[in-house]
Design a protein around this ligand. Structure first.
Ligand code: ME8
Length: 673
């Protein structure tokens, strides 16, 4: 039976054959060796931050690994340059939107260069090659009746650039951004997305690895249980002039998501270069953050169905980084600029930290201290030390050339076996995007190498003049360095290549036979040189400045000055009925990630149900028995299908940092004044 990994590795062939005829068109198979990986195309409304770097670094590690594994890789990243957000950013700077996107595209491209990103293409949605494909697709879908006009009214969130239904709003605001929404009525163009709901659900059922991790798959299947509705794919030019005009209705521009998602096919020649397109489509992996899972899993898949195309083999939605325990946001002024980290630690350490610190798919917290600890422990101590010890001892006692293996002991064979097993395990992990596991496996080998030095004691062998054994021991250690360097290359390419050069070798053409301990030619000169990762006993000054609050990413919410603030009377305040409640039960909202459903005892005959947007900060089990402050006389609202009767108070505004509690237990229902 095939495991998820083998199925993934076999890739599209396995999927294509598994497609039941009613769920998809079995079309020409792309050439088996081609591998296509994409990142989201980021909005050019601001400078790139560590979240953008995360997805791009992950995609780069995949691309590099697959190239090393012998695949013909195409790695695409780029920028989303249309839409309201970008237009607003341009207006705020007082520049023409095209000039704005041209200027702001540079920091992204510079950052990718600094981070060693090896993308094969960089797409910008304002490029003619992209616009032409978007217009062709629109025309084709319009001609086939897949796009139709209709008048529409709804709650529009400018922050998220989308309409919401009343039931989706949280406290009357956009459920994603928490920003106000406005009621808008207009004529627009709609894509018949709703009719593909059942087909998409069957596709997901038939392709267990399509949506990953598993939790995302369940999330999307849950979403598909409700009526899907059609997708509004236009914006009136009068309201939003910055976009691609609809070819059949030039007074409208294309909705930014409909435009942006097509980048994945416009960049590989959809409609212009059929051969190239066939080679790389369907993509092997779309990497996205969990924030844009629905747009990809639902909008994009149904758009592809309408075009007669299959979705990508795998849509992987990774988790979300918080910064020092808090949501990363401009208002909190805690956005981490990857350039700061690059200045302090260099690209490989940044790449390593991002992929090692959290399991790909899960949420993670970025902290400068945690970065420093990992840098010193894993990179300077374990990896850097192994390389430096191996090379400097070889220089000192063996004339600086790779020694031959002479007599092989059981300990040598164990180390070699571990190397062979590590290569296999790392390959399996990298195929399945389990970067953390791949790195942990490589580090177990590195640590075994350090331990082997400690137990074999080359210094004693040297002192006792046991030249043959010394040669064999040092040779084994140099081979461990080589294997570890190759395995870590997709994540730390610069340092891996530097280490391989120090070992007198280079990256192999293939991963096969990587683990043998007889690969380095005896007699090759080696050079210890400077340590790969110098130890850092102090936090770099630029980072300290940030932590101490004098740097660019200074923490703390801006203070609202008195003159800007609206004052209310005591009578206004007294209209609020604030009471203490005890949380009796809490569970996740079945339809919304950010919401928890609480059952709260307010001293009334029956507990109240309160839906609260606190799932980013609290797990349901933490809340059991907690006393909270409830606004008891708020009008009930229905949030994603569950009626919420009251509201609990929390500190932190948009991103909840802590619930308001009571210093000492009081009876439920006690009034708060
Ligand atoms: O959504 N943690 O662009 P965007 C982890 N243009 N990843 C994060 C992150 C965080 N805190 N913040 C951002 C868009 N990301 C659209 C995409 S694709 C056809 C159009 C990463 O600039 C993550 O990959 O808002 C997330 O999905 C993406 O940046 C959103 O980038």
């Amino acid at each position: 039976m095939s495991t998820p990994q083998t199925r993934l590795r076999m890739g599209r062939r396995a999927y294509r054959l598994a497609v039941p005829p009613e769920t998809g068109r079995v079309h020409d198979m792309p050439s088996g060796n081609a591998f296509y990986v994409t990142t989201p195309i980021y909005y050019v409304n601001d400078a790139p931050h560590v979240g953008h770097a995360y997805t791009t670094v992950a995609a780069d590690a995949i691309a590099r690994y697959q190239r090393l594994a012998g695949r013909e890789v195409h790695f695409l990243t780029g920028l989303d340059e249309h839409g309201q957000k970008v237009l607003r950013a341009a207006q705020a700077r007082g520049v023409d939107p095209q000039q704005h996107v041209d200027e702001l595209s540079r920091p992204f491209q510079d950052l990718w260069r600094r981070l060693g990103i090896s993308n094969d293409d960089f797409i910008r949605t304002t490029e003619p090659r992209h616009k032409a494909v978007v217009q062709r697709v629109l025309q084709e879908l319009h001609d086939r009746g897949e796009i139709y006009p209709q008048s529409y009214a709804g709650w529009y969130s400018t922050a998220e650039e989308r309409f919401w239904m009343e039931k989706d709003l949280v406290d009357g605001k956009c459920p994603l951004s928490g920003q106000p929404v406005e009621w808008i009525e207009e004529r627009n163009w709609f894509f018949r997305m709703g009719k593909y709901r059942d087909r998409l659900a069957s596709w997901i059922d038939a392709h267990p690895d399509f949506l990953r991790p598993e939790s995302r798959r369940n999330e999307v299947l849950g979403y598909l249980k409700q009526d899907l509705g059609d997708l509004c794919i236009s914006r009136p030019k009068a309201r939003l002039p910055w976009g691609i005009p609809l070819p059949f209705a030039p007074d409208w521009v294309t909705y930014v998501w409909f435009d942006a998602l097509l980048n994945y096919v416009s960049a590989i020649g959809y409609g212009t270069d059929p051969e190239r397109f066939r080679r790389f489509w369907p993509a092997s992996f779309h990497l996205v953050g969990k924030d844009i899972l629905t747009t990809h899993a639902v909008y994009w898949s149904t758009m592809l169905f309408a075009l007669g195309l299959d979705p990508a083999d795998c849509l992987f939605a990774h988790g979300w980084w918080t910064i020092e325990g808090r949501k990363m946001s401009k208002t909190l002024r805690n956005v981490v600029d990857p350039n700061l980290l690059l200045d302090a630690y260099g690209p490989d350490a940044v790449r390593y930290f991002l992929l090692r610190e959290v399991s790909f798919g899960a949420d993670g917290d970025f902290s400068h201290r945690a970065f420093q600890v990992r840098y010193n422990a894993d990179l300077a101590n374990d990896f850097g030390n192994l390389a430096h010890r191996a090379l400097s001892m070889t220089e000192r006692w063996l004339g600086g050339t790779v020694p031959p293996r002479v007599e092989i002991t059981a300990a040598d064979r164990d180390l070699e076996r571990l190397a062979v097993e590590t290569v296999a395990a790392v390959r399996t992990a990298m195929e399945a995007l389990r970067f953390q596991e791949a790195l942990a496996g490589t580090w177990a080998l590195v640590q075994a190498g350090n331990k082997y030095i400690d137990t074999e004691q080359p210094w004693t062998l040297h002192r006792e003049g046991r030249a043959d054994r010394l040669a064999t021991v040092m040779r084994n250690v140099l081979e461990v360095c080589r294997v570890a360097a190759v395995l870590v290359w997709p994540v730390c390419p610069d340092k891996a290549e530097a280490l391989l050069a120090k070992l007198g070798t280079h990256l192999p053409r293939s991963l096969d036979r990587l683990a043998g301990f007889d690969v380095l030619p005896a007699g090759t000169p080696v050079a210890a040189g400077a340590p790969l990762f110098p130890r850092m006993t102090e936090l770099p000054p630029a980072i300290l400045a940030v932590l101490e609050g004098s740097g660019p990413a200074k923490e703390g919410v801006p203070v609202v000055s008195e003159s800007q603030e609206e004052r209310i009377s005591y009578e206004d305040f007294a209209r609020l009925r604030l009471v203490v409640g005890t949380v009796m039960a809490a569970e996740r909202h079945p339809k919304a990630d950010r919401l928890l459903v609480l059952s709260i005892d307010l001293g009334e005959p029956a507990p109240r149900t309160v839906v609260a947007g606190i799932a980013d900060r609290y797990r349901p089990e933490e809340l059991q028995g907690m006393q909270v402050v409830v606004v008891a006389n708020l009008k009930p609202v229905t949030l994603r299908g569950i009626r919420s009767d009251g509201m609990i108070l929390a500190a932190g505004g948009d991103s909840v940092q802590g619930l308001l509690g009571i210093a000492h237990p009081v009876p439920p229902g006690t009034v708060v004044r």
